[in-house]
Design a protein around this ligand. Structure first.
Ligand SMILES: [Fe+2]
Length: 202
């Protein structure tokens, strides 16, 4: 990460950075894949297999996105709207489920809120997948982006509040503050991607 900050904005240096990052990311994706396979078999720990599968998928997403940038490939906006939203809505649904499962069982109010978010985002994943069927109109795509954005803004504010409660030990849970911060940052990332897709759509 240090190197990324220090790399000057010239095509040759950026290209070298991309190549090295692709190699490293490929390695970490394989490592995550191995951990996942072990977790489904002999390895026992306190990480849910879904969490390991989730972080493995994130590594593969990063690999795919960086490759596209490196090769200067741009897909049609309709395809990107489907792919990015199916990926991130699923990630948001899983974050909600992790929060629900890692809170202390006595935290019923927060658990129920997190479960509701999980159900909402599961439904949105189906909606986004359905966009792939037929050829959606411009208005339909815009409406869907507005819906995803609204739901994600709500989820981000829930995550922000939960992160504060976790950091200040005002809530009972086994959630590491780093995981809380990760899920909040990822909601912000998704919102920035929706903004970019909206700009491309117009
Ligand atoms: Fe995540």
């Amino acid at each position: 990460m240090e190197r990324a900050y220090q790399t000057p904005a010239n095509p040759f240096e950026v290209s070298r950075l991309n190549e090295d990052t692709l190699i490293l990311t490929h390695k970490i994706a394989l490592f995550k894949q191995n951990v996942l396979e072990e977790t489904m078999g002999k390895l026992r720990g306190f990480n849910f297999p879904l969490l390991i599968e989730h972080v493995r998928r994130e590594a593969i997403y990063f690999l795919k996105t960086l490759k596209q940038i490196h090769l200067r490939v741009e897909h049609p906006v309709n395809d990107d709207i489907v792919d990015e939203n199916v990926f991130f809505l699923k990630i948001m649904a899983e974050h909600s489920k992790f929060i629900a499962h890692l809170l202390d069982p006595s935290e019923e109010l927060l658990i129920n809120q997190a479960r509701d978010f999980g159900k909402t985002f599961d439904l949105l994943v189906y909606q986004a997948r359905n966009l792939d069927i037929g050829s959606p109109t411009h208005d339909l795509l815009q409406d869907q982006l507005t819906i995803y954005k609204g739901a994600t803004l709500e989820l981000r504010s829930f995550k922000e509040q939960a992160t504060k409660l976790i950091e200040t030990a005002q809530v009972r849970s086994v959630i590491d503050p780093k995981l809380a911060s990760h899920v909040t940052r990822e909601a912000a990332k998704f919102l920035s991607i929706i903004d970019r897709l909206e700009t491309r759509l117009h």
